[in-house]
Design a protein around this ligand. Structure first.
Ligand code: DAH
Length: 339
């Protein structure tokens, strides 16, 4: 009997369980009423009296060791199973949103990409400017109303420091430093002293384009405008130019495109005219070239400028300009899949 107990002790020492079913089987095999240890207990009754003490002790040890071994195996299994069982690998993942590009950034990039394909490179200038770059160099008369405090934000009262009201100031900055040929596109933020409403804001964004070289003509400008309109709004888009006035261009024009909502048939968006205005343009005034140290007898050029908000509204029909600067994620998320 002692041998049997020793054999069982050695066996129990080696026990392993890979699942709770294994563990149950072991518990039944060793510790249940019909298990190995119980049957030894039954045999114990027949043990001769002088051996009872020794064998009794051994049996008790066997019983506690078996119990302890089963307990340890149980703990091991529990520790191993907790993370596995808590983790449901078939569950779908939490939905998470990628950040979205701002609609104005999407459209700015699209405009810049179109001009980049024509060989224009990006130029930038400061948002805090002086009178010379925003107005005087661009041929604005000293009493021009744009200089008025009602229209322009002055950074220091009475001082010649102001927030640029258009990106045309970058034209001057580049022409002052560079001799032609110049072929630049200037995206940026501009500021005007406007009451904020659904259709006006005190800051907005523009893109300016400037081409200066020998023999640049109005025909070159028209060709670029037509190319831009078709690339931006689709190949069926038509353009028309209306005479206009800007101090820095002569002659000047405003460009309309055929309304991209009704295809030119007339709708509330285009006020039933079939056309919507999208930009200002013209041949750079010789005075501006001279102001920047470029010989107007040798060089000529064209310039154009457009509001990014306006183009974005045309593309995405955003009805309220304020949405662009409120950072409401419900608005921004709508552009998640726009490119
Ligand atoms: N600077 C003008 C504005 O803010 C837009 C503009 C018109 C830019 C004609 C130009 C241009 O370069 O030629 O309204």
């Amino acid at each position: 009997m002692i041998q049997k107990i020793d054999a069982l002790l050695a066996e129990i020492e080696q026990l392993k369980a890979n699942s709770s079913e294994d563990l149950d089987a072991l518990r039944i095999k060793y510790l249940s009423k019909k298990g190995e240890i119980s049957s030894l207990m039954n045999d114990f009754r027949e043990v001769a009296a002088e051996q009872k003490r020794e064998i009794g002790q051994k049996l008790n040890i066997l019983k506690t060791q078996a119990q302890e071994k089963i307990n340890t195996l149980k703990e091991l299994l529990e520790n191993r199973n907790t993370p596995d069982e808590a983790m449901d690998l078939t569950r779908t993942s939490y939905p998470y949103h990628l950040g979205t590009r701002h609609p104005l950034s999407i459209v700015r990039k699209e405009i810049c990409d179109i001009f980049a394909r024509l060989g224009f490179s990006i130029a930038e200038g400061p948002e805090i400017e002086d009178d010379w770059h925003v107005f005087s160099s661009l041929n604005f008369a000293p009493d021009h109303p744009a200089r008025d405090m009602q229209d322009t934000f002055f950074v220091m009262h009475g001082a010649d420091i102001l927030l640029r009201t258009h990106t045309s100031s970058v034209q001057t900055r580049v022409m002052e430093k560079t001799q032609p040929p110049i072929r630049i596109i200037c995206p940026g933020r501009v500021y005007r002293n406007e009451a904020i409403s659904y259709r006006a804001h005190c800051f907005f964004h523009q893109v300016e384009a400037l081409y200066i070289n020998q023999n640049v003509s109005f025909a070159d400008l028209k060709q670029v405008l037509l190319f831009f309109a078709k690339e931006m709004f689709g190949p069926e888009t038509n353009i028309r130019l209306r005479p206009s006035f800007f101090p820095f261009t002569e002659p000047s024009a405003e460009m309309d495109i055929s309304c991209n909502l009704c295809g030119g048939k007339g709708c509330p968006f285009c006020k039933h005219t079939g056309w919507v205005e999208i930009l200002g343009c013209g041949m750079v005034d010789p005075n501006v070239l001279e102001n920047c140290g470029i010989d107007s007898n040798v060089y000529s050029g064209y310039a154009l400028g457009m509001g990014i908000e306006r183009i974005t509204n045309l593309k995405y029909q955003v009805k309220d300009l304020r949405l662009f600067s409120e950072n409401d994620v419900r608005f921004l998320r709508q552009f998640e899949y726009a490119t």
